[in-house]
Design a protein. Structure first.
Lengths: 111, 148
């Protein structure tokens, strides 16, 4: 596991709500789920050889709290470790009352 | 100390200005349409791969390409999305978001993210295959007309 990925997981855990890998269902409250995508998502070539590769993944946060302060805590924690990430979507689940945030992150090979 | 000078860009700008206008816009639109078609097909296939065999096919059928428009930055662009509602009145875009990003009750499939990642290079190549020869032809025609 890359050092940056380990740092990201620790950053998520430092915020408070439980953190799961891959998937998690029927949770009582707020929680994070992180996942890494299969294979490389981007490559850098130089002098006809591959110089670097990028691996991507997602962080999902489920909360029923409007203006949840954990969102700002997450941004601060991820910025502190220098992770490259962006907010991909925000969805409201009417049936469960959850607000679902999804961020995508990228980690360079060797990071 | 080594030096570097770059030249010829003013001439290049003149060449591009000479072939700008309706012909260039038409060429760009053709390229965009070609690329968008490839990506839309890839998204539809990805929907099919990531939904159950009992799916109604409504989500796949809702994939479409928007009209090609000029944005405020002067760039032509188009979008691929999910239009309309299914027969239960649920927006197809909402279903697509849930299928792609998951929910608190279902896992994510990333069907849309995967389709985009796996076909990005192919789409860029397809657009270039339309636009690059077209630019050359327009440039050659301009020189021929100018020197007649």
């Amino acid at each position: 596991m890359s050092k940056m990925l380990e740092a990201m997981i620790e950053a998520l855990k430092s915020i408070g709500p439980p953190v799961y890998e891959g998937k998690a269902f029927k949770q009582p409250g707020q929680y994070f789920v992180y996942a890494t995508y299969e294979g490389e998502t981007n490559q850098v070539y130089a002098d006809e050889a591959k110089e670097d590769a990028v691996y991507a993944g997602s962080i999902d946060y489920f909360t029923r709290v409007g203006r949840d302060p954990n969102i700002q805590k997450l941004h601060k924690a991820l910025n502190e470790i220098g992770l490259s990430y962006s907010l991909n979507s925000r969805q409201e689940e009417k049936e469960t009352g959850y607000i679902h945030y999804e961020w995508l992150f990228e980690i360079a090979e060797g990071e | 100390m080594a030096g570097l000078s770059i030249g010829g860009y003013e001439e290049a700008l003149k060449e591009f200005s000479a072939i700008s206008g309706k012909e260039m816009d038409s060429l760009i639109k053709r390229g965009l349409y070609k690329g968008a078609g490839i990506m839309a097909t890839a998204v539809k296939n990805s929907v099919e791969l990531n939904t159950s065999t009992e799916a109604t096919g409504q989500l796949k059928a809702s994939v479409g390409i928007s009209r090609i428009t000029l944005n405020k930055n002067g760039n032509w662009n188009t979008k691929i999305g999910f239009s309309g509602y299914d027969d239960k009145g649920t927006p197809n875009s909402l279903k697509a978001a849930a299928l792609n990003s998951g929910t608190s009750r279902q896992p994510k499939t990333q069907f849309l993210d995967k389709a985009v990642r796996q076909n990005r290079s192919k789409v860029i190549r397809a657009i270039k295959d339309v636009v690059d020869p077209g630019i050359y032809e327009l440039g050659v025609l301009r020189h021929w007309n100018a020197n007649r």
